[in-house]
Design a protein around this ligand. Structure first.
Ligand code: ZN
Length: 80
């Protein structure tokens, strides 16, 4: 885990959460597992353009997926 500013070669751009993928994240997938989390709780996965659909489906078939938001929009949103 790199803290921002500690590693000049690796800019602190969030990376895709898909296994083995090092692509820059473009999307934020907000999800909630009702068996583990209170309803208002949001877990997040990050996804690149390529894995957005794959990860969304993974969460979607389990009924966990709540929201898919562009990373910039997510980060600029208040109260998070
Ligand atoms: Zn990816």
């Amino acid at each position: 885990m790199n803290l921002p500013g500690t590693s000049p070669e690796q800019p602190s751009i969030p990376q895709c959460s898909a296994k083995g993928c090092r692509a820059d994240a473009v999307w934020v997938l907000a999800w909630n597992n009702p068996k583990l989390h209170t309803p208002e709780r949001r877990k997040t996965w990050l996804a690149c353009e390529e894995h957005r659909e794959h990860l969304s489906k993974f969460l979607g078939v389990r009924g966990f997926l709540k929201d898919v938001v562009g990373l910039e929009e997510w980060e600029s949103a208040p109260d998070r």
